[in-house]
Design a protein around this ligand. Sequence first.
Ligand SMILES: [Fe+2]
Length: 210
Amino acid sequence: MATYELPELPYDYDALEPVIDQRIMELHHDKHHQGYVDGANAALDKLEEMRGSGDFGDVRSVKRSLAFNLSGHVNHTVFWQNMHPDGGGEPGGDLASALDEHFGGFEGFKQDFSEAAKGVEGSGWGMLVYDHIADKPLVAAAENHQNQHPQGATPLLVCDVWEHAYYLQYENNRGEYVNNFWDVVNWDDVEQRYQQAQQADAIPKHTGAQ
Ligand SMILES: [Fe+2]
């Protein structure tokens, strides 16, 4: 039985129109995300084979494949839930307070995140993550799915800026896609992730900043 499975979209394929077209969602979820799920499972199978045979000649490429595909699976799983047809607006509660404290307000955060997403070199993601050591949200920009992602940080809000996420609809205008993304952000989901990340204490704080 496969370790990783493709989650169902939490809404219909056309639910995010006009921000994201139905066809993009069909291909993105059913083909691209499925590909990362399959790739991660294949990497695990290969590692099991290697342990069985004792031949670790491909270990570097298989570990690289595991990191790439599993990170793709994680990012897309969060991405689908980060969006909702009734999304948009601004966050409230503790998340709003945290954005005020660490980014000088929602607009400061939004600009930081947008510029990070638009500026990714090649394929990647704009990301709001929770850093457990400093107990604060950070904006990161991942290349591919896993590179330049702060180790151990929990994703709260992610924006896929691979061309497969927007090119059929926006062609080369990644900036317009990122600007429109804000209209479908599910802030209830982001807020819930922030609460859970704070409680998780995945990295004990005594190892880092006070
Ligand atoms: Fe994607």
